[in-house]
Design a protein around this ligand. Structure first.
Ligand code: PLP
Length: 231
């Protein structure tokens, strides 16, 4: 299948899932994750209506970034503090913030560039040791910390669900983070507004949307399998 055909199928499924949860296609942001794929494939997706591009690594943002393209860039993968400077003036949203240390560096770099960076707090909802992100209990500390910063705004939460055949467990994880998202919405923290709940990837985006996600990060369902050996 071509990227165009795959994208149509993804669009259709997002629309159905949104409607099943009482929303519209327009309420969901689709981020096309182009990691490991060349710029030509990314351009093909953009030609077919993609407006948001997600990259895992700061280096790939640097390599593919082009400010004449009519798209927004998202950094979705783990971010080391020493790499913040490579993406600070390129991305619109950093999804993977999981420490005050990283928030401090984003603040520092954003101030340098005279901009305000939008971030999501990455939550390790399953408690899996291999996953990045903070535990549910550590989220509040980061939200409070954001109140001290002038160049960082928290816009929501992000999570990566475990790869599993047991979709029932992942539904519980999605419902859990969704509840956390809603709980935070009902409180007031400076520089925090819960607008985006970034959850759902190729294997689980329909379920994630049905359980409250409004931002999905989809790679292989649009671009096919990734060959990491090429990198
Ligand atoms: C690679 C990646 C995705 C997309 O994964 P697919 O399963 O190919 O859709 C989404 N989120 C993050 C954080 C990723 O690293």
């Amino acid at each position: 299948m071509s990227i165009e055909e795959r994208l149509k199928e993804v669009e259709r499924k997002i629309t159905v899932a949104a409607e099943r949860s009482g929303r519209k296609r327009g309420d969901i942001t689709l981020i096309a994750v182009t990691k490991t794929h060349p710029a030509e494939m990314m351009n093909e997706a953009i030609k077919n209506g993609v407006t948001d591009i997600g990259e895992n690594k700061p280096q790939e943002v640097r390599d593919k970034f082009c400010d004449v393209l009519p798209v927004k860039w998202h950094l979705i993968g783990h971010l080391q503090t020493n790499k913040v400077k490579y993406v600070i003036d390129k991305v619109c949203l950093i999804h993977s913030v999981d420490s005050v240390h990283l928030m401090d560096e984003i603040e520092r770099q954003a101030e340098k560039h005279n901009l305000v960076m939008d971030i999501l707090i990455q939550v390790n909802i399953s408690g899996e040791a291999t996953k990045s992100g903070v535990s549910k209990d550590e989220v509040e500390e980061l939200l409070v910390y954001a109140g001290k910063l002038n160049h960082v705004r928290v816009k929501g939460l992000m999570t990566v669900a475990p790869k599993t055949d047991n979709s029932v467990t992942n539904i519980l994880h999605f419902d859990n983070i969704r509840q956390l998202f809603v709980d935070i919405q009902h409180k007031t923290y400076d520089n925090v507004s819960m607008e985006y709940l970034s959850m759902g990837m190729s294997g689980d985006y329909e379920t994630a949307i049905e359980h409250g996600s409004n931002m999905v990060r989809i790679g292989s369902a649009i671009f096919g399998y990734r060959d990491y050996s090429l990198k």
